[in-house]
Design a protein around this ligand. Structure first.
Ligand code: AMP
Length: 147
């Protein structure tokens, strides 16, 4: 029988598991869809953050949204890429997690999100928490309790 992770563990602040913002690829408000596509392709990440000059979080951009924006009736309008701004097509309806939130909330959210964007009280982007990291921590707990 597998023992469940302790309540204490679920109450752990997420802060220690966050990949800090300086290690996270991002684009800025005002950048073109072409630039975002370059960053997405070069990094290989599925989605990247859109931040403003003050490092406040605004949304996420992915290749699917960029492609959707340039698909015409019968061909892909590549020439549009340079004229579309990332803020016109970014995703904004996503759950954010606060730096002081607990592991339990992260666990709930990563069921539907591959990674979570972490912000502070002022909406400043602090980094990301990936599903991979959350699962690794959960696995560590389960194995510890098994022994
Ligand atoms: P991973 O768990 O490492 O496969 O990451 C899952 C997703 O989190 C990636 O596809 C990216 O969208 C995002 N991600 C992970 N690490 C970074 C990073 N350093 N910069 C930007 N996005 C990242």
């Amino acid at each position: 029988m597998i023992s469940l992770p302790s309540k204490d563990f679920l109450e752990t602040p997420i802060e220690e598991f966050v990949i800090s913002s300086e290690k996270v690829a991002h684009v800025q408000i005002g950048n073109s869809a072409e630039h975002a596509l370059l960053v997405l392709t070069k990094t290989g990440y599925s989605a990247i953050q859109v931040l403003d000059a003050k490092y406040r979080f605004h949304g996420l951009i992915n290749a699917q949204r960029i492609t959707d924006a340039i698909i015409g009736m019968d061909h892909i309008e590549y020439e549009k890429l340079g004229n579309i701004r990332v803020e016109e097509i970014m995703q904004t309806d996503l759950p954010l997690i606060h730096l002081n939130d607990r592991f339990q909330r992260a666990l709930d959210l990563v069921i539907d999100q591959n990674f979570l964007c972490v912000v502070d009280d002022n909406g400043m982007f602090m980094g990301i928490l990936t599903r991979r990291i959350v699962l690794k921590q959960l696995k560590k707990q389960l194995y510890q309790f098994k022994q």
